[in-house]
Design a protein. Structure first.
Length: 336
């Protein structure tokens, strides 16, 4: 077993004081685009690493050691106990439906929306389409009831201005409330959404016109298509730098490293409006690789090794490799 894997940690339940062990709550740094309703692409991580349940009282939370004052009454209610007992639902569904009850009692609107969305996604995975649509519709009602300033608050990312409004559009579309979804499209456009969000709004309009209520991803909306293979960069040098020197890359460099293009009438464009990222990609991914190599070698000459074959110049597999992948040459007997 790998020594770097996390171990279960003891947590004391805020309601019953029972101590139980749980895996650390994990929020993966996902480089993949989400679905348009906000569902992350790493769905298994979403379902299994977000919530903990107390085995003694059944309290369910991201952190069992913290509880709202209303939680005790909810957990001891008959409706909550019925959910803990079954109804033929999977454990993950029961978890999120419990969180719906707890969030409603605490009047935590944001958590109430998120819990309903997650419950809908899990139900959908189990082919419970009607039940999933019910929770999508409830989530949409709560989203629409959000005061206007928060409703249109941008994510802070220039590429995704209007994302929260777009998510509301998609949740309404998926709940088969298409007229309301179209009204939301118009409202998002009133606040001048980013170019990416504008393209996705057009995708939503087309989906609504054909009566589509299926889950759709940002990749579909941009016309990029599914990511092929693993999540390493295709350029060999970029893959090498990402694999061995990832902590030394800036946030913008990591973002540029995985960015893809989408087709427009004016030709392919990088899927960003961020000036720093566009500057890094001004000469394409090959130019980005050259920039990273030069910067890393200049700033970390004692620790960064760009290991190339001394005969043909091909990049080696690892910083410590002594055999070329492109030609038969080896340099095992030479020092670094």
């Amino acid at each position: 077993m790998s020594s770097h894997l996390p171990s279960k940690q003891p947590v004391t339940c805020a309601l019953c004081a029972n101590e139980s062990k749980h895996w650390p709550t994990h929020h993966p740094a996902d480089i993949e685009f989400p679905d348009l309703d906000g569902r992350p692409s790493q769905r298994e991580l979403l379902l299994h690493h977000r919530l903990h349940s107390c085995p003694s009282c059944g309290y369910c939370a991201q952190d069992l050691s913290v509880a709202h004052p209303s939680a005790d009454a909810v957990v001891h209610s008959e409706a909550y106990r019925v959910l803990t007992g079954g109804l033929g639902r999977t454990f993950a569904v029961r978890q999120y439906l419990r969180r719906v009850m707890l969030a409603d009692a605490a009047e935590d609107r944001e958590e109430a929306v998120v819990s309903r969305l997650r419950a809908a996604w899990v139900l959908e995975a189990g082919d419970k389409t009607k039940a999933a649509r019910h929770y999508l519709s409830e989530a949409a009602d709560l989203m629409l009831a959000t005061p206007p300033p928060a409703h249109w608050e941008p994510s802070g990312d220039v590429d995704w201005k209007g994302w929260r409004g777009l998510q509301r559009v998609d949740v309404l579309r998926r709940a088969n409330r298409h007229d309301e979804a179209l009204r939301e499209v118009a409202r998002v456009r009133e606040v001048r959404a980013s170019a990416l969000v504008e393209r996705l709004l057009s995708f939503e309009e087309a989906a609504i016109a054909r009566g589509d209520t299926e889950p759709r991803s940002v990749r579909e909306g941009l016309g990029i298509g599914p990511r092929q293979g693993n999540k390493e960069p295709r350029d060999p040098l970029l893959a090498y730098l990402f694999a061995y020197y990832r902590p030394r890359l800036t946030q913008m460099e990591r973002r540029a490293l995985f960015l893809e293009t989408y087709d427009t009438d004016a030709g392919p464009l990088w899927a960003t409006d961020h000036p720093q990222v566009l500057a890094l990609l001004s000469e394409g991914k090959e130019g980005l690789a050259r920039h990273l190599e030069h910067r890393l070698l200049a700033e970390h000459p004692d620790t960064v090794v760009i290991n190339r074959c001394p005969k043909c110049g091909a990049l080696a597999r690892t910083p410590n490799a002594r055999q070329c992948r492109a030609c038969p040459h080896t340099w095992r007997e030479t020092s670094h």
